[in-house]
Structures are given as C-alpha cells and as structure tokens.
Ligand binder design. Sequence first.
Ligand code: AMP
Length: 546
Amino acid sequence: MRGLMQQHRLTITSVIDYAETVYGDVEVVSRTIEGPLHRYGYRDCARRARQFAHALERLGIKSGDRVGGASWNHYRYLETFFGAAGVGAILHTINPRLFAEQLVYTVNHAQDRFIVTDAACLPIFETVQDQLETVEGFIVLAAAADIPATGLSNIYCYDELLEGADEAFPWADVDEWDGSGLCYTSGTTGDPKGILYSHRSSVLNALGFTTPNGVGIGFNDTLMPIVPFFHGNGWGVPFAAPMAGAKLVLPGREMEMNKLHELIVGEDVTIALAVPTVWLSMLEHLRATGANLGRLGRIVTGGAAPPRAMIEELEAQYGVTTSHAWGMTETSAAVTYSHPPDGVDDEAALDVRSTQGRPVYGVQIKVVDEDGRPLPWDGSSAGELKASGYWIASEYYKASDKPAVDADGWLITGDIGFIGEDGNLRLTDRAKDVIKSGGEWISSIDLENAAAGHPDIVEAAVIAVPHERWQERPFLIAVRRQGSEVTAADVLAWLAERVAKWWLPEDVAFTSEIPHTGTGKIDKVALRKQFADRNPGLATGQHDED
Ligand code: AMP
C-alpha cells in the first residue's frame, strides 16, 4: 500500500523559494569584483534568479543544456545556481585556476552553450575562445559600466539581461533526478572527469549539511564560504545557507587575509569554511597583527588534512572550534564531519576534531582490504575508503571507460585510512601518495601533521623517495616561520619524540613556499619535480599522477 503523503519533488529552486518566503530579509553580503560591499536579501536573490531563468530561456536555453560558470563567490553568481536550475539547465562550475588546456577540455566536454563569468575571470577565456566548440556567448556578471574591455565576442551584460525579464517567471517543471550541476575533478594529470549532480542529490546533501551532525546551522548563523563555489559546490553552502535562512557573506575574489579578516569581523561571521592553507595563513595574520576573530565561533575545513596544531591554536588562542570534514567532487561536498562528544577533556576533543569525522545520515563509508573485503572499525585496520549514498556519484559524465564505482556500486575514492570504534574516519594518505617502507605504510598526513606542530614550522609536506633497502622512505619539505633558523636536525629531533623511529624522514629540506593545487591541496607532483635533484629516482617515480 502506498503512503498517502504529498508528492513534492526535491528541487534546488524549492530552496530559494523557501528562503524568499520565510527569510526574505536575511542578508547576502558580497564583496563585489569592483570592490565595494553589496547587500540584499534572499527575496531579491530569488527575484533575480527567476529573471535570470527567463533570460536564459530567451537565449534559447532548454532543459538539460549546460551553462558554464566561472566566477568568484558573490551574489550574482549565487543567483545563477537557482536561475540555471530554474530553467532546467545544468550549471557547470568551472575552476578558473585550471590550465588553459583543461579549461578548453572541460568546456568542450560539457558542451557549454553559454558561460557566465565575472570581470575577474573573463580574461581566462580570451586566449582560448577559438578552441571553445559549443560556446555561443559570454554573460558577464556585472553592470554594463563595469564590463572591462575584452577581445571576446558575443558578450552579454548580466544586469541588462535581467532588465525587463519576468520577475514571476515560473520555474521549469523538472524531475528531482534530473541533472542540475556539473563539476569536473581537478586531476593534475589526465583529463578531468565530470560529476553530474541531480536536484535531489544537491538538496539532500544540503539538508545533511544543516543537521547538527553535519555543520549544523540555522537562521542565527552567518556563513562565510571562503571556499570558492567551483570547489565541490562550495561544499554545499549555496543551497544549505538559504535552506537554513542563514546570513551569507561572500568574499569575492579578494583572498588576502586582511580582506577576509575585515569581512569576518565586520559582518559578524559565526561560521567560515576554507581549506587548511587559508586557516594557516589566517593564523599568521592574527599573530602578526594581534587581532582576534570577532564573533567567529566555528570553522569548517577539509579538502586536505588540517594540522592538529592549527586546530589547537584556533581553539586555545581565539576560541574557534574546528569541524573537520571529508569529501570529494564525486561526493557532492562533505560526507563526514568531526564533532567530539560532550564531556571529554580538551585533549580527547582535539583527538576527535583531528579525525575526518563520522558520516552523516544519507551516506555510508567503509574501508576495504586489497581483496575488497570490509575491514573492522577498530581504529587501526587501514585500507581503501569507499562511499555510498544519496549524494555520491554513480558514474562519470560521458566517460563510460572510467568507472567511478566498484562492482557493488560503492564509490572508489582513492583515499587510504581506517575507521575507529566510534565511527570516526582517519585518513592516512591518498593512495598515490602512500609511502611503503619495508612493506609497511607510513602516513604522510601524520608526518606532515607532526612536523607542522613544531613552533617554527608554518607548513610541511612529505613525499616518498626511493630507497635501496626499504623501497621507499619519507622526505620532508618544510616552510620555516619568518625569522626562524630552525635546522633539519632540530625538526628531526622534534619528530623523534612524536613518531615511530622508522617513520623518521630521510632528510628535511626547507623551502619558502609549498606549492598548492587550485583546490588547496599540497601539490606533490610539483614537489617531486622540484626536489628531483635530491634523488634522481624522484622525477620518474611511479607517483606522478593524481
Ligand atoms: P576534490 O575532489 O578536489 O575535493 O578532492 C578530494 C580529495 O581531497 C579526497 O579524495 C582526499 O584525498 C582529499 N581530502 C578531502 N578532504 C580531506 C580531509 N579532510 N583530509 C584529508 N584529505 C582530504
């Protein structure tokens, strides 16, 4: 017997409809590309999103068409998430930091008909315009007066397109399983792979985000996604914030710490989301200026493992707790979030915050051995991580030769780790970065974490170097704090007290900066090349793919 409940589809547009009706006055504050702050409410966002949907329809966009988006986080870009979905189109979020070759590949592979882009990202298309096979025009997210001179043809002004468009434009009648967003992985080698999100997966992912075991947000919160919307859907924020009626603060393109800090304090941000490198830089900024973080109570971090010392300093010095999350482009946004239980002491709480956390309802995880058998949740049995659930990819977009899931339908993540008895996941490595010494795994994440805990080290990275006797050994690359003269011997002595003797790196090299990928991960491919002269085996080692 079927239930007798109303049959409403889970659509992205339902989220902005809700925010418009219930939290219409809640602010969206944006640092514009032009510089000044812009503020309006979710009511205005919804109205303009409907106008954009109408404008797209006038341009001939039909259900299922792809529209590219290359922009920093600000209100006009937010509107396009709802406007594109509202005409049944699929918003392909483009990472503007992609190499030209990958940019061209993804736009052509997605067959984007139009590209919405802001004045800051517009120039990336100028040199490649002739190679874009399906793009009919560029819609610049600006007022006409703010569109810079450009060699691009077929330019449309976003604000002009909205003028005269229907404020009451009815959303397209979509199925909740229809595609709504497309995002490509940011592999450092090989062609990027597309993940096609559905309305349903996006809504359920955002719902998971809002629950207390996720990020846990409500209308009293002010969220600042420093993570760009092109990185894993901005971790779900474009949908979760309006769903919760939370105030939204969008930092635009200005990623300098003083600018971000000004917004956090000036706009009373309570929760900010960014990759660990941003928080490491913010701590440097706070130490240098003696400033605090205003009303900021929590940060959410992920995309790479945050050093334990970072989590500790944020909490002890600034009263800011860390929710550490794990996810990947293939999992829409986060799957797990770390939260310590009430009543444990500081050290135990820090232990839990340092893990990648527990899955929220709607997703499942497991780690498996080399034969694919699930390993026990005992806090030590390490294997490959797999994931399954409402917002996990089942296959890559138009790439049937590259399976995303195993024979049982579980996502192959390429991450290595173990799960504790309490359900908290601990990642030890990316499969391709694993260091296998004498047949035993050494966790590069744990070593990096321990090294970054040294008071004179800002950031640390560990790569494998070939070794005659042990096959591979760890090699540490570190950035010293300004003015510090800490030596390799000092760092090794520090590590000797914190890790097993056989984990100690072969050597330590100091560098002024550790390279990062466009999504904030330590770029180990670049490091292997940079330090190849330390060991000739490195440049041609087997670990040169992402
Ligand atoms: P992306 O698709 O660019 O978001 O990258 C996903 C990958 O980032 C994952 O497969 C992990 O290797 C890594 N990653 C994401 N979150 C974390 C985390 N909290 N700790 C360690 N690695 C992470």
